[in-house]
Design a protein around this ligand. Structure first.
Ligand SMILES: [Zn+2]
Length: 275
C-alpha cells in the first residue's frame, strides 16, 4: 500500500555543502505523486527523479533547469528507508539541513509526523526478472531477484584507519532506523581544503561529519558503528535509488565502492531493466 505522512514536520539548519540556512517541511501528499520538492523558488513541484539529476559531486543534486536543490540523498534515503512513497518536501533554501550528517533527523521527523497508508492508491514497485551487473574500474554493482530487499555493500579505502568495511542489510523500516539512518557523512582531512576551494563542504564541521585524519578519526561522541562508513554509503545508495521513483521489491543489491555518480547510473540501469 502506498504511504505518506499524517501531519507536517519541520527541520531547520545549515546545509553541508553550501553552508547556508534552510528549512524543510515535510507535508502529507494526497495523490500518488512520489517524493517531490516544493517551495517559493519553484513554479511547479520538482520531482526527486533520475531525469532531474543535475550533479553528483560529493552529493546528489536535482534541478528543474532554473533552480537546483543540493545534497538531496540523505533526506530521500530517510523517506525510502521508512517506506514512504508520497511526500511533499517544502524547502526554503537550496540544500536540506545537514543535521548531524546522517539521515536520523529526517527519519525522526517523518516518524513524528506519523505514517499513514493510502489504500485507494495503487502501489508500483521495482523488481527484476534476472541478474543485472554494472562495473567500471573497481566499482561494481549487481542486482538479482530475491525474497525481500537486501543489500551487501563494500566500502574500501586504502587508509590505515579505514580499510575494508562490509555491511549486509535486510531493508525494513525498523532496521533502517536503527542500523542505517544514524550513520554519518565522512571525509578525509587531507581533502577538506580542496573541497572548500571547489565550493563544497562549506557547512561541514564535526557537528555534521566524521573527519578521518592521518592518525585519528574525529567523530563527535565517537563512531556510532565500527563500520559507520559502509553504513553511510548504504544510506547514500538507498537515497540515490529512491530517484527511480519506485520502491524496491524482492531484490538483492550488492555494491562495491559505490559513489553518487555510479549510484545514479545504476539506478538508471535498474529503471530500464525493471519488470
Ligand atoms: Zn551521504
Amino acid at each position: 500500500m502506498r504511504k505518506t505522512i499524517i501531519k507536517a514536520a519541520t527541520i531547520e539548519g545549515i546545509g553541508l555543502h553550501k553552508g547556508k540556512a534552510a528549512r524543510v517541511t515535510f507535508l502529507p501528499a494526497a495523490g500518488p505523486t512520489g517524493l517531490r520538492f516544493l517551495g517559493p523558488a519553484f513554479a511547479e513541484p520538482l520531482p526527486a527523479r533520475l531525469d532531474r539529476v543535475a550533479g553528483t559531486a560529493r552529493g546528489t543534486n536535482i534541478s528543474d533547469g532554473k533552480h537546483t536543490i543540493y545534497t538531496v540523498e540523505h533526506l530521500l534515503s530517510a523517506a525510502a528507508g521508512l517506506g514512504i512513497d508520497d511526500l511533499d518536501i517544502e524547502i526554503d533554501g537550496e540544500e536540506p539541513p545537514a543535521a548531524d550528517g546522517s539521515a536520523l533527523a529526517f527519519a525522526t521527523a517523518l516518524l513524528k509526523a506519523g505514517i499513514q497508508e493510502k489504500p485507494a492508491q495503487e502501489k508500483k514497485t521495482l523488481s527484476l526478472a534476472g541478474r543485472l551487473e554494472m562495473a567500471k574500474g573497481d566499482i561494481r554493482y549487481t542486482a538479482v531477484p530475491a525474497l525481500g530487499v537486501s543489500f551487501k555493500l563494500t566500502y574500501d579505502y586504502p587508509h590505515p584507519l579505514v580499510g575494508k568495511q562490509v555491511i549486509e542489510f535486510v531493508l525494513t523500516p525498523d532496521e533502517y532506523l536503527v542500523r542505517v539512518a544514524p550513520a554519518r557523512t565522512f571525509g578525509f582531512s587531507h581533502e577538506i581544503e580542496a573541497l572548500k576551494a571547489a565550493g563544497l563542504a562549506l557547512g561541514g564541521s564535526l557537528d555534521n561529519a566524521v573527519v578521518i585524519g592521518e592518525k585519528e578519526i574525529m567523530a563527535k561522541g565517537g563512531l556510532r558503528f565500527a563500520d559507520e562508513f559502509a553504513r553511510h554509503k548504504l544510506l547514500d545508495l538507498i537515497g540515490d535509488l529512491a530517484l527511480t521513483g519506485l520502491p524496491l521489491k524482492d531484490i538483492r543489491i550488492e555494491a562495491e565502492r559505490p559513489g553518487h555518480a555510479a549510484n545514479v547510473n545504476f539506478a538508471k540501469l535498474l529503471s530500464e531493466k525493471a519488470l
